[in-house]
Design a protein around this ligand. Structure first.
Ligand SMILES: Nc1ncnc2c1ncn2[C@@H]1O[C@H](COP(=O)(O)OP(=O)(O)OP(=O)(O)O)[C@@H](O)[C@H]1O
Ligand SMILES: [Mg+2]
Length: 374
């Protein structure tokens, strides 16, 4: 039997530890096997990367044994060169894997010759491909994408995954150039774009004048059903009823990672004992206390106005109208001042705008602010 655990602070590699997501799995697989372009989005820590790594890629490889997949992480990119570097890295790893699989070795090596790949051998004799010139510069991503087209048309199926895509927003020219590359890709190459900041993604994808307007099909990760998560908890040995589990999930804003952290700690403490509401509260308090270094460190990087605004937001939980007179009064900020801070925090993923209004994204940060202030 596979090891059933509550995982956190990691990408889940085995679907056994991924709670549900059946709807998303089905939707995404149908599109991927059909060579479609997909935009997978959902707030932070809701399992986007885990879903792709533990399920989508392995399933795709099963059907495309000699296939080549490239996974590009655009987290924190700041310039066009930076983007090219990350794309080159993602594809280097993809080529290395494909070479190791050997089935496509001969045709691949010819095809990518113009990218000047350098082959190195690890200690254990495993070959690695690097796509960088002797000066260490990566090839331009335009050339890499073009190459993928050629490879794909030479009967080596390709899959492209681009994680944290929203981080290209605001980099001059990046959106246009990437759009160009993406649009030139063969219609049958599946591409999955992942992102967590809806407002930034929509800058790139949804507004009519945005460069990637109408690109691909969107799939949004929605909260897992209370009952599904309760079953997941029980399968991992937690003795918990639906009402207590629902309370726990709500305290953690229904975000899987903090839910798993609380469950992991509860299981360690309570063993087979029935979990009560009081135990949930006690446990969350303890976690907030034990982890207080992290928010403290984060708060120390903020200006006083930013920190004070977060404190006010934390106290309210959710605020519908962020520039309301009362908020201005409590935060001692003007309406433009608030809007500037909100835009900054939203870009950083610190605050999140949901259907009910604005809130602090991380439940532990919110609880920390309520308990310890700034
Ligand atoms: N369906 C799920 N079942 C169980 N745990 C989950 C699930 N989805 C997310 N998690 C939890 O979230 C953590 C982070 O997952 P992952 O990195 O895949 O999320 P993400 O959506 O890609 O986050 P980010 O937006 O930060 O990139 C995991 O370690 C796990 O604790
Ligand atoms: Mg991710």
């Amino acid at each position: 039997m596979k090891d059933k655990r509550f995982e956190f602070e990691t990408v889940i590699k085995d679907t056994v530890n991924l709670c549900n997501m059946d709807k998303e799995k089905k939707a995404i697989m149908n599109l991927v096997l059909d060579g479609k372009k997909i935009l997978l989005f959902g707030r932070r820590n809701t399992g986007k990367t885990s879903l792709v790594e533990s399920f989508v890629i392995p399933q795709w490889l099963k059907k495309n044994k000699s296939g080549l997949y490239a996974q590009v992480d655009l987290y924190g990119v700041r310039s066009l060169t930076h983007i090219s570097q990350r794309i080159a890295l993602g594809f280097s790893e993809g080529f290395s894997r494909a070479f190791r699989a050997k089935s496509a070795f001969q045709s691949l090596i010819k095809l990518i010759a113009s990218l000047r790949p350098r082959m190195t051998l690890d200690n254990d004799g495993i070959s690695r491909i690097e796509l960088s010139t002797s000066e260490g510069k990566p090839p331009h991503f335009k050339d890499i994408f073009q190459k993928i087209n050629e490879i794909h048309l030479n009967d080596i199926p390709a899959l492209i995954v681009m994680d944290e895509f929203q981080d290209i927003a605001g980099i001059e020219e990046a959106e246009g150039l990437l759009r160009d590359s993406l649009q030139r890709l063969a219609a049958t190459i599946p591409v999955i774009i992942l992102g967590s900041k809806k407002h930034l993604l929509s800058k790139v994808f949804s507004v009519p004048k945005a460069p990637l307007y109408n690109w691909g099909e969107s799939i949004e990760i929605t909260p897992i059903e209370y009952l599904e998560y309760t079953t997941f908890m029980k399968e991992r040995g937690l003795n918990i009823d639906l009402d207590v589990s629902t309370y726990l999930q709500d305290c953690m804003k229904r975000i899987p990672e903090p839910i798993n952290i609380v469950c992991y700690n509860l299981l360690k403490k309570a063993g087979v004992k029935k979990i009560s509401l009081k135990m949930v509260d006690g446990n969350i308090n303890e976690i907030v206390q034990n982890r207080r270094g992290r928010p403290q460190e984060f708060l120390s990087t903020l200006t006083y106005s930013q920190a004070r605004f977060l404190e006010v937001l934390g106290k309210h939980g959710v605020i519908k109208k962020i520039t309301a007179k009362q908020v201005q009064r409590e935060a001692r900020l003007t309406s433009p001042g608030i809007l500037k801070i909100v835009a900054h925090f939203e870009d950083m993923g610190v605050i999140y705008k949901g259907d009910m209004g604005y809130e602090i994204a991380d439940p532990f940060l919110e609880l920390h602010l309520r308990r310890y202030g700034i």
